[in-house]
Design a protein around this ligand. Structure first.
Ligand code: ADP
Ligand code: ZN
Ligand code: ZN
Length: 732
C-alpha cells in the first residue's frame, strides 16, 4: 500500500459533498481544519481537511493522492468548523463554499497563516521631541501642526485612521524627518485611557445580569442614547478581569464601522484592538486574522464575516445594532451573522450581547419567550428627554417639491437658533421618475422592471438596480412630446430646493453619489462637526453610527414607501429607520424635535411611533405576524431562480414544485409558487421564486434537504441561477 492515510476534504466547489484523498507521501497525519492542496478536475484546489478517515464510498485504489499538506496545525479551529458545519446544513450551502467564507483570501490562496508587518499597519506616535512642542506647534506648516495636535490628543494612531482623516504620507514623511513623530508596532505607548463612566441604575442592572463564563444570549434593548456602548465597554472590562487573556468579538453593521466607533474602544482599553472589514487590503486582513487567532488581539471589531474569526481565548461576543440587515449575507452562503453569533457563543459557552434601540422582531420574540435575557434601557444616559415627534401631512405638497411649508418653517427656526438640521430621504438622485406630461409614459430601464432615476450631478438617467446609465432624452419615447417632467424628489432635488429656499446656508448632502471620492465623507462629517448651522441632506448613510451633537431637528421624508411596501418587513424596517433617525436629533445638551412627513397621517403605526414607543409599535406588528404566521411565528425559506428567459426560470421552479408536492405531505409545511419576484425582471434576467413556510424548523430543513438532492440531479439549463435563502431578509 503506497499510501497509509486518507482524509475527507471540503473543496471550494458548488457540490454538496466532501472528497476523499490520500495524504501526500511521507505525511502520516493531518489535522481537521488544516489546508491541503489537491488535484481536482484537471486543476489544483486548496481545501480543508474535514475528517481523518476516508468516506469509505470509494475504493482505496481509486483515491487520488493530495499534492501537499499546507498546515501542520488547523487554520480553522474546531469551534469554527463546528459552526460552519451547522451553518452549511441550516442554510443549505455546500460545505466547501461555506468554509471559504471563513478564510481570508491570502489563506485561500495558500499563504502561510503568519503575521507580516506592513507599513500601513503600524501606529504613528509623537517622539519625545514631538511631545515637547508648544501648544500651537509649527505655525508655518498647518497640516503638520494638525497632525501633531491629533496625535497629542489620540496618543497613537494607525495610518488607516490618519488617511481617513485626510492626512497624507507626505505629511508623515516630513514630520518623521524632523524627528517629531515615529512609527511603532504597538499602540500601547501613550494611549490615554478614559476611565469607565459611573453607570445609571438601568445600565448597572443590565451589566450585573450579564454572566461571564457561561452561555446566555442577552438582548440589550435600549433606546438611542441610553448608553448601550458603555454597557458593552464595562462588560468587556469585566471579561478582562475574569481572564486577562480573554478576547471579545464585536460585530457591527457595515455602515457602522467608523473611526468614531473604533476610537470609543481604543480610548477605554490598552489591549490590542484589530478591525476586520471590507476596506482592508488582503494583507491587513490576514494580519488582523492572525492576531485574533493567536490571541494577541483582545478586541476584534468586524463586520458580518468576522463571525468566523478564530479566537484563542474567546470570552464574549457583542452584536451591535443587531436588527441591521447587513448581518445577513444576501448571496452565496446566505448566513445571518447575528444568529450564528448566538450559536457560536453557545458552543463556546460564553455570553453574547445583542444590542439595539430597535430590535428585530425575531429577537424580541426570543426575549419574550425567555430564550434571550431581556435587558431594558429606557432612559437616555445623559438625562436628555427624547425628542418630540410631529406628523406633517404632505399630501398637499406640490409634485415638484417634497418639503412642506410647515417643515420649511421649522428648518428656518432651528437654523436661526444656531442649530443644525438633518433631512433624511431614503432615495438618492434628483427625481425617481421622469414622466411624459402628455401621455403619462414613464422612462423605464431597458433591463429591469424599474423606472430610471434622474440625476443632475452629472445629468443622466440611472437604474439603481442594474446600474444601467444613459443620457436624458428630450422627447417622450412613446408620443414624442418634449414635455418630460421630473416627478418626486431624491436627495439631489431636496438639496437644490433647500439651497434655493435658504440662501447662504450650508446644505451638505451625504449619499453614495456625493461621497464617492476618497475622504469626501470624512471631510463632510468634519465640517458638520464644527457645529455651525447647516442642513444635512442624506440617505441611510446618516441614519446610523454617526453622532451629530448639534442637530436639533430631524425631518424624515417619504415614510410612505415603507408603510405601503409589498415586503412584509416593510413596516418593521420603516419603524426602525424612523426611530434611529429620530435618535439623531437632540443627542447632546440641546433638546430635539422630529418631523415625519407622510401622505397617510392617520396611519395607526405612525401614531405608535409618535408616542416614541418602539416597543408598542413592535407589539402591533408582532400581532399581525402572529395572525399571518409570518416570522418570528412561522419560518420562511425562498427558492429563487433567475434566467435570461421567464420560461426557463418558471419551468425550473415548476419542476421543483412538482417534486415538492410528490413528497409525503407535511401538514406543518406550506408551499407557495412559483411566482414572479417583486421585481420580475432585473438586469435582463427574469426572476421567480417559491416560498416555503413552516412552524417547524425541522420540517422546513428536511424538506429543503430533499429539494437540494433533487436539484443536484436535475441539470438546470446553463444560464439559470438558483439559490436557497433560509430566513430571508429581502423578499424580492
Ligand atoms: P447608545 O449606544 O445606547 O445610543 P451611547 O453609548 O452612544 O448610547 O451613549 C450616549 C451618550 O451618553 C454618549 O455620549 C455616552 O458617552 C453617554 N453616556 C453613556 N453612559 C453614560 C453614563 N452612565 N453617564 C453619563 N453619560 C453616559
Ligand atoms: Zn408621451
Ligand atoms: Zn436596470
Amino acid at each position: 500500500m503506497p499510501y497509509s492515510n486518507s482524509v475527507q476534504v471540503a473543496l471550494p466547489v458548488p457540490l454538496r459533498q466532501l472528497f476523499d484523498y490520500h495524504l501526500p507521501i511521507a505525511t502520516s497525519d493531518a489535522s481537521v481544519g488544516a489546508r491541503i492542496r489537491v488535484p481536482f478536475a484537471g486543476r489544483e484546489l486548496i481545501g480543508i481537511v474535514m475528517s481523518k478517515t476516508a468516506s469509505g464510498k470509494i475504493d482505496d485504489a481509486d483515491i487520488k493522492p493530495a499534492k501537499e499538506l499546507l498546515d501542520s496545525s488547523p487554520v480553522i479551529p474546531e469551534d469554527v468548523i463546528q459552526l460552519l458545519r451547522w451553518a452549511a446544513n441550516y442554510y443549505h450551502c455546500p460545505l466547501g463554499e461555506a468554509m471559504q467564507a471563513a478564510l481570508p483570501s491570502l489563506l485561500r490562496q495558500g499563504e502561510p497563516p503568519r503575521y507580516q508587518q506592513d507599513s500601513n499597519e503600524c501606529y504613528w506616535q509623537l517622539t519625545a521631541e514631538g511631545q515637547g512642542l508648544p501648544d500651537a506647534p509649527l505655525p508655518k506648516a498647518p497640516r503638520q501642526a494638525e497632525l501633531v495636535l491629533h496625535l497629542r490628543k489620540q496618543g497613537s494612531c494607525k495610518w488607516e485612521e490618519l488617511k481617513s482623516l485626510g492626512f497624507t504620507r507626505d505629511t508623515l514623511k516630513r514630520l518623521t524627518e524632523r524627528n517629531l513623530i515615529e512609527p511603532s508596532s504597538s499602540p500601547e505607548r501613550l494611549r490615554p485611557i478614559q476611565p469607565p463612566l459611573p453607570l445609571n441604575t438601568e445600565q448597572q442592572q443590565a451589566l450585573d445580569r450579564i454572566q461571564l463564563g457561561s452561555y446566555n444570549t442577552y438582548l440589550l434593548d435600549g433606546i438611542t442614547g441610553s448608553g448601550k456602548t458603555e454597557v458593552y465597554l464595562q462588560a468587556i472590562a469585566r471579561s478582562f478581569e475574569l481572564n486577562p487573556l480573554s478576547q471579545t468579538l464585536v460585530l457591527v453593521p457595515e455602515i457602522g464601522l467608523t473611526p468614531q466607533t473604533i476610537r470609543r474602544f481604543e480610548r477605554r482599553f490598552q489591549q490590542e484592538i484589530v478591525t476586520l472589514h471590507s476596506g482592508l487590503t488582503d494583507r491587513e486582513r490576514l494580519n488582523a486574522w492572525v492576531k485574533a487567532s493567536d490571541g494577541r488581539a483582545r478586541i476584534i471589531i468586524g463586520t458580518r464575516s468576522a463571525i468566523f474569526t478564530p479566537l484563542r481565548h474567546p470570552g464574549l461576543i457583542i452584536v451591535d445594532e443587531e436588527h441591521d440587515i447587513s448581518f445577513k449575507q444576501q448571496d452565496g452562503f446566505r448566513y445571518s451573522a447575528r444568529d450564528l453569533a448566538c450559536l457560536r457563543a453557545k458552543n463556546l459557552n460564553i455570553p453574547v450581547i445583542l444590542g439595539s434601540a430597535t430590535p428585530a422582531l425575531e429577537s424580541l420574540h426570543n426575549a419574550q419567550t425567555n430564550r434571550f435575557v431581556h435587558l431594558l434601557l429606557r432612559q437616555r444616559a445623559n438625562q436628555q428627554a427624547a425628542p418630540a415627534i410631529q406628523i406633517v401631512d404632505s399630501s398637499l405638497c406640490p409634485p415638484d417639491r417634497n418639503i412642506t411649508d410647515i417643515s420649511l418653517q421649522a428648518i428656518r427656526q432651528h437654523l436661526s437658533a444656531g442649530n443644525q438640521v438633518l433631512v433624511f430621504i431614503n432615495r438618492r438622485g434628483y427625481a425617481p421618475t421622469l414622466q411624459c406630461h402628455d401621455c403619462g409614459t414613464q422612462v423605464l430601464c431597458p433591463n429591469c422592471d424599474a423606472r430610471l432615476t434622474l440625476h443632475q450631478q452629472p445629468r443622466h438617467l440611472h437604474c439603481h438596480h442594474c446600474d444601467y446609465q444613459c443620457s436624458v432624452q428630450s422627447r417622450c419615447p412613446s408620443c414624442n412630446s418634449h414635455r418630460l417632467i421630473a416627478i418626486g424628489a431624491g436627495t439631489e432635488r431636496s438639496e437644490a430646493f433647500l439651497s434655493h429656499e435658504l440662501p447662504g446656508t450650508d446644505i451638505i448632502r451625504i449619499d453614495r453619489d456625493s461621497t464617492r471620492h476618497k475622504n469626501s465623507l470624512e471631510s463632510k462629517l468634519a465640517s458638520i462637526k464644527k457645529g455651525a448651522p447647516c442642513v444635512l441632506v442624506g440617505t441611510q448613510m446618516i441614519a446610523k453610527g454617526h453622532h451629530f451633537p448639534d442637530v436639533t431637528l430631524a425631518l424624515i421624508l417619504d415614510v410612505d414607501s415603507g408603510l405601503l411596501s409589498a415586503d412584509f418587513r416593510g413596516p418593521e424596517r420603516m419603524g426602525q429607520l424612523i426611530t434611529q433617525v429620530a435618535g439623531r436629533a437632540g443627542r447632546a445638551e440641546k433638546p430635539g424635535e422630529v418631523i415625519l412627513q407622510t401622505r397617510n397621517p392617520d396611519h395607526p403605526l405612525l401614531g405608535l411611533l409618535v408616542e416614541q414607543n418602539y416597543q408598542h409599535f413592535a407589539t402591533a406588528i408582532m400581532t399581525e405576524r402572529e395572525i399571518t404566521q409570518m416570522p418570528p411565528f412561522g419560518h420562511l425559506a425562498m427558492l429563487r431562480a433567475d434566467a435570461p428567459s421567464a420560461e426557463q426560470a418558471q419551468h425550473f421552479l415548476q419542476q421543483l414544485r412538482m417534486y415538492s408536492d410528490s413528497l409525503p405531505a407535511n401538514p406543518a409545511l406550506q408551499v407557495l409558487g412559483p411566482m414572479p419576484a417583486l421585481m420580475e425582471k432585473r438586469g435582463k434576467r427574469f426572476r421567480y421564486l417559491i416560498q416555503l413556510k413552516s412552524n417547524s424548523r425541522g420540517a422546513l430543513n428536511s424538506h429543503l434537504q430533499h429539494l437540494t438532492h433533487y436539484i443536484a440531479n436535475l441539470k438546470p439549463p446553463r444560464h439559470l441561477r438558483w439559490s436557497i435563502d433560509v430566513d430571508p431578509q429581502d423578499m424580492g
